[in-house]
Design a protein around this ligand. Structure first.
Ligand code: ATP
Length: 225
């Protein structure tokens, strides 16, 4: 169902964030940013949605089952966070638009949906499959990411208009954009994988930015070696 953003939300309306990614592995940059956005946008829940096959052929090192297990370990006991495995259950490329169509069907027309992504991913957003339809299904929150070009410096004309119209607080079911300047987490999965490959002992970077349960799991599974 594709809808317009004419219905504004009420205090009772469900507010749901959706954080798509590879999560190879999940780290504090994901979780800390999600927590801050949960508070800033007064969300009821955030779904962490790992992709099966990245649309741009980014190949994860951990398999789907392992990435899912790490997400479950990292998010256990946090009732505002939910692991959504719908993309892992779907074959072929994981297009966000397909997942948002499903989610919109489940939550109904009034729910406020906010798709989250980092400022490293946003400059290419206008090349995503049916990106304009994404805005008719959900709002978009871009998280300014440490050591990345600011969202405001993006030159793609298609995105500039959205950036210029960005709101501080999202109050429509879909169609709006917000730029979240949250406390930055200078970490990426790439950096952590490199640390795991190089370090003979657990480095402070790993303990600072990963949950102990996820780190234990990585060692048990001999991941990223
Ligand atoms: P990789 O280094 O393998 O590319 P990543 O750390 O960017 O991985 P992904 O799973 O690819 O993690 O990212 C999922 C989403 O989380 C993306 O939208 C990405 O921009 C965002 N993200 C990742 N790390 C951070 C961070 N430190 N702060 C804010 N957003 C982040």
């Amino acid at each position: 169902m594709v809808r317009t953003n004419s219905n504004f939300s009420t205090a009772e309306t469900k507010r749901i964030g959706i954080f798509g990614g590879t999560f190879d592995p999940v780290h504090l940059g994901h979780i800390g940013s999600a927590k801050a956005l949960l508070a800033a946008q007064n969300l009821d829940q955030i779904y962490f949605m790992p992709c099966q096959q990245h649309p741009h052929d980014k190949r994860p090192m951990a398999n789907a089952e392992q990435r899912l297990a790490m997400l479950n370990l990292a998010l256990q006991g946090q009732s505002s966070f939910h692991v959504d495995d719908r993309e892992l259950a779907r074959s072929g490329k994981s297009f966000t638009v397909d997942s948002l169509i499903d989610i919109r069907e489940e939550v109904g027309e009034q729910a406020v949906l906010i798709f989250l992504l980092g400022s490293d991913a946003f400059p290419e957003f206008h090349r995503w499959q049916r990106w304009e339809t994404i805005f008719s299904l959900a709002n978009v929150a871009v998280i300014e990411r440490a050591n990345e070009k600011s969202v405001h410096a993006i030159e793609a004309v298609e995105l500039k208009q959205k950036i210029n119209q960005a709101v501080d607080f999202v109050d429509a079911p879909c169609g709006q954009m917000t730029i979240a300047s949250l406390p930055p987490y200078p970490v990426s999965s790439t950096l952590l994988r490199e640390q795991l490959l190089q370090a003979s002992a657990i480095s402070s970077l790993l303990t600072e930015f990963m949950s102990p349960q996820v780190l234990d799991y990585i060692y048990q599974q001999h991941l990223y070696r």
